[in-house]
Design a protein around this ligand. Structure first.
Ligand SMILES: Nc1ncnc2c1ncn2[C@@H]1O[C@H](COP(=O)(O)OP(=O)(O)OP(=O)(O)O)[C@@H](O)[C@H]1O
Ligand SMILES: O=P(O)(O)OC[C@H]1O[C@H](OP(=O)(O)OP(=O)(O)O)[C@H](O)[C@@H]1O
Ligand SMILES: [Mg+2]
Length: 285
């Protein structure tokens, strides 16, 4: 039977959440941690555990068909590779930073400066678009230490909370790009495997939708229903069911996580009572 081959980071920031999303898609993988390859028990899928930084080349060569990878890595070394889904985890940015004490005004301040980075193509492209010429030092890790040991005047690296920059007396001065984990596809994928990809993507979308929403149940006196329903976003319109108690109804709906608390506050003000909030397992839209 044909299987789709997916690359997942072997260890590091993406590993746990990548395996979690496959699990939430109902895919069971026997996961010996030291294995480099594993087969799903209930879906035509093989998992290859690889270094994030090596994945663009494996996709390009068609050694794997799809991958869960940091978008920033694709921008750095896989611009020819298509992204089919943003996965909403491992969110970060690739930024330029300089020592706190430096008076930084514009990107022109990088002219002629030494920049340490693991993302040379990204930095080069950014500087080129701004007409700046700088001297790049490519290092693979602990980039933030470079200015403190006199190796560079500034750096370009991943920033999330900013605490690594803070600890190293650096300040973020330019955001070059924003990144999150994505599902990427090999240009070499076969038609047969594309069909498996479509099935997988359908499940992933349902999982992402479910994670983004909550199921809400509430009780309301009938004379307040109209106002309450006008507040609710919902998939179509809310379900309204009569309660055993005369003059009262139960309202069921779905609310997006981003606006959740604001909507709940409004519902309470409008007279909603006994509000229950439940996680959604899958949401097929
Ligand atoms: N601090 C962070 N917060 C959020 N996401 C991050 C952070 N650091 C890295 N990432 C994202 O996770 C990806 C993997 O980072 P990680 O540090 O685990 O591996 P790596 O050293 O880039 O890759 P490799 O697997 O090749 O060793 C990055 O490419 C980026 O997309
Ligand atoms: O803004 P922050 O929340 O501090 O995150 C940013 C740091 O996280 C990443 O390093 P990581 O911890 O993955 O270590 P690594 O350099 O060994 O990959 C990245 O390279 C930064 O150093
Ligand atoms: Mg890292």
């Amino acid at each position: 039977m044909t299987k789709i081959r997916i690359a997942v980071q072997k260890s590091g920031r993406l590993n746990d959440d990548s395996l979690k999303i496959l699990k939430d898609c109902g895919i069971a993988i026997d996961n010996g941690k030291d294995q480099l390859k594993a087969t799903a028990r209930n879906f035509p899928l093989e998992v290859f555990y690889l270094r994030n930084g090596d994945i663009p080349q494996y996709l390009r060569d068609g050694v794997v068909d799809i991958a869960i990878i940091g978008e920033n890595v694709l921008i750095e070394k896989g611009e020819d590779i298509a992204v089919v889904e943003k996965l909403n985890f491992s969110k970060c940015r690739v930024s330029l930073a300089v020592p706190k004490r430096m008076d930084y005004e514009t990107v022109k301040d990088f002219e002629g400066k030494r920049i340490a980075t693991s993302y040379p193509n990204t930095v080069k492209k950014f500087f080129k678009s701004k007409g700046v010429s700088a001297d790049l030092h490519i290092i693979n890790g602990s980039v933030e230490i470079a200015p403190n040991i006199g190796l560079a005047d500034g750096i370009c690296d991943i920033v999330s909370s900013g605490s690594t920059l803070f600890k190293n007396n650096l300040k973020e001065v330019e955001i070059i790009l924003k990144s999150e984990a994505v599902l990427a596809v090999s240009p070499e994928i076969s038609e047969e495997r594309k069909e498996i990809l479509e099935r997988l993507q359908f499940r992933i979308k349902s999982v992402l939708q479910a994670r983004q929403n909550k199921y809400v149940l509430l009780n309301a006196p009938n004379d307040k229903l109209e106002r309450i329903i006008s507040i609710l976003p919902g998939m179509r319109s809310p379900t309204v069911l009569p309660l055993a108690e005369e003059g009262w109804s139960s309202v069921h709906t779905v609310i997006n996580r981003d606006t959740f608390w604001e909507v709940i506050d409004e519902l309470k003000l409008a007279g909603a009572e006994g509000i229950l909030v439940c996680p959604i397992e899958k949401m097929v839209v």
